[in-house]
Design a protein around this ligand. Structure first.
Ligand code: FES
Ligand code: FES
Length: 155
């Protein structure tokens, strides 16, 4: 398989990598950059566990080839906040019990962060719409929606 050299910003840090032509972004993030917050669920664009921001827009990293992100900017859940300085969403998800097994959580946080960046006070309908590509098998979604609303209010 042909290999390509790509450069991109990941969580605001410049990165240069060699990737196979058929490598997907989710695998490169996890296996080459050890950014395992991004989860691999379905691999088919169905579950949202692999959601990252590409130039600020949420995308399914299991459907994006790594060569497509050459010269672009990627934000993963690790880029949202730190242990010492949590993103408001990370705090409200924890405080309001919006996390159970946690597998969907990184994708939920990334999708919700994209929403709050453009709509700081979203309605419940807007939140449910923004998270419609992110599946959660545990929570029933209510607490997730409340946590996103609370993070918007907290800003
Ligand atoms: Fe990408 Fe499910 S792993 S959408
Ligand atoms: Fe388990 Fe959402 S918390 S899948």
């Amino acid at each position: 398989m042909t290999e390509h050299s790509i450069t991109l910003d990941v969580n605001q840090r410049p990165v240069r990598l060699t990737v196979a032509a058929d490598a997907f972004l989710v695998d490169v993030l996890r296996d080459k950059l050890a950014l395992t917050g991004t989860k691999y669920g379905c691999g088919m664009g169905e579950c949202g566990a692999c959601t990252v921001l590409l130039d600020g827009q949420p995308v399914f990293a299991c459907l994006v080839l790594a060569v497509e992100v050459d010269g672009r900017s990627v934000t993963t859940v690790e880029g949202l906040g730190t242990i010492d300085e949590l993103h408001p969403l990370q705090r409200t998800f924890a405080e309001l019990g919006a996390v159970q097994c946690g597998f969907c959580t990184p994708g939920m946080l990334v999708s919700a962060a994209a929403l709050l960046a453009t709509q700081p006070r979203p309605t419940e309908l807007e939140i449910r719409g923004a998270l419609s590509g992110n599946l959660c098998r545990c929570t029933g979604y209510t607490k997730i929606v409340e946590a996103v609303q609370a993070a918007g209010d907290a800003d």
